[in-house]
Design a protein. Structure first.
Lengths: 310, 133
């Protein structure tokens, strides 16, 4: 079984052909009615060089209203140049019931010049034959004695062209599709690579945690941790508040100010101060304000009480 | 037939799906790694805090530190009642420096102060403290 075999039918397209009634993807061979051909012996090595000079070879030969494309191939020592109008061909094919998206490839009869050595009848009056190594349209009247052969798969050349822009009926031309696919593909690969590069969890943090567990095996249990935290967190907060109050009260003591009484109990505190010199009151009030504590009353006497809750 | 017709679009669509898949993979991976690290940091912080709290407030050697106070204050100025892990200590007539030393020793120890009373007398400071650990 040959999986690479071309399964598309090959259709010979000429001006007086019948309307096509099929929906398969088709390859077509154009008769000389659809192209202009020139044969030149040029010292060119590559087809792209020949393609470059093709338009200049047909200057004055083609109708100026048309938009032409060029197909070039080598035939022995000569280069064969074919000029065709894709728009005209597409319009004709559409008219004959063959939408361009059904046409996968086009060939030119000249490419199979050897096969046309025996003429191929197109209809009752016309046939394709070869004159001077060129495939031409001939009236059947001049080929009265000729033996006709039928058109078939063996006429299919190795190389063909796609109708520019609309060969597959696709909305996106193949060049744009290729560029977009490559761009999207590159971005996809880049993002996947970035994703892989993120790696796993932070190894340094994990080793730090393991070291901590090694030093405190009992804390491996979440239950044990939560139990310790619930027990000691509130103690820590409460005791820090008590020590903070003592620290604040001690900062209020300076020469001329005496702490006569301090009591911390049951979530409350109370501090009694004696201020020897009324002139020191201003400084004391400033310190009191900075410490965030408030006096019980805002009197101006020498005795002052500061109270509050922890 | 239709697939062949839209071959270019299908190729672009497949590439786009691949790119979107790559992007989703990147973000899923990123999110999972960030989340895993966040969990470790949280666990580390919790374990560290639990270890520190236990070390400070679960210290069974506090009594030794407090006993040092007894050696620095004359017995006549002090009443020391230690019962299990509870202490009621009363000091009287402490001079400023000694008073500061005693108070600082208590406050720097990880004891739970149940009550603290300071009063200034003619001979010096008096202190009454009830604490446990």
């Amino acid at each position: 079984m040959n999986f690479t075999a071309n399964s598309s039918p090959l259709l010979l397209v000429h001006r007086r052909m019948e309307t096509v009634t099929q929906d398969r993807v088709t390859e077509i061979m154009l008769t000389p009615q659809f192209y202009t051909m020139k044969r030149e012996a040029l010292p060119l090595k590559y087809a792209y060089q020949a393609r470059k000079i093709a338009p200049s070879l047909f200057e004055g030969l083609l109708e100026e209203s048309g938009t032409y494309a060029y197909f070039v191939y080598r035939d022995g020592e000569e280069w064969v140049f074919v000029a065709y109008d894709p728009d005209e061909i597409m319009a004709f094919l559409q008219d004959k019931g063959l939408p361009v998206h059904q046409v996968s490839k086009i060939y030119f009869a000249q490419q199979s010049v050897a096969e046309f050595a025996s003429p191929v009848a197109l209809n009752d009056t016309e046939a394709l034959g070869v004159i001077d190594n060129t495939v031409v349209l001939l009236p059947r009247a001049v080929l009265a004695e000729a033996e006709y052969r039928s058109f078939g798969e063996h006429f299919r050349p190795a190389k063909g062209v796609k109708l520019a822009g609309a060969a597959s009926g696709a909305l996106l031309p193949v060049q744009y599709a290729a560029v977009l696919a490559v761009v999207f593909g590159l971005f996809g690969m880049m993002w996947i690579a970035e994703g892989i590069r993120f790696g796993g969890e932070n190894a340094a943090l994990r080793s730090q945690l393991e070291a901590l567990y090694e030093a405190n095996p009992a804390l491996k249990s979440t239950y044990a941790r939560e139990s310790i935290l619930s027990k000691y967190r509130s103690i820590d907060v409460e005791e820090r508040k008590k020590r903070d109050i003592v620290a604040k009260v001690s900062k209020l003591i300076f020469k001329g100010v005496t702490l006569t009484d301090l009591s911390i109990s049951g979530g409350k505190f109370s501090a009694h101060f004696t201020i020897d010199d009324p002139g020191l009151r201003k400084r004391f009030d400033a310190l009191l304000k900075n410490s965030g504590l408030a006096p019980k009353s805002s009197g101006t006497g020498s005795e002052l009480v500061v109270e509050g809750t922890l | 037939m239709m697939l062949s017709r839209y071959r270019n679009e299908l190729i672009v669509a497949a590439a786009l799906v691949f790119a979107i898949g790559g992007l989703v993979y990147k973000y899923v991976r990123y999110t999972s790694v960030v989340e895993a690290n966040r969990m470790i940091v949280k666990e580390l912080s919790t374990v560290h805090e639990a270890a520190e709290l236990k070390k400070v407030w679960g210290d069974r050697q506090i009594v030794k530190k407090l006993e040092r106070i007894r050696t620095t204050v004359p017995a006549g100025k002090m009443l020391w009642r230690l019962k299990g892990r509870r202490l009621q200590a009363t000091f009287r007539d402490l001079q400023d420096a000694k008073f500061n030393t005693v108070v600082s020793t208590f406050l720097s120890s990880a004891v739970q102060i149940e009550s603290l009373k300071v009063d200034k007398g003619a001979q010096g400071y008096g202190l009454e403290i009830k604490c446990k650990w």
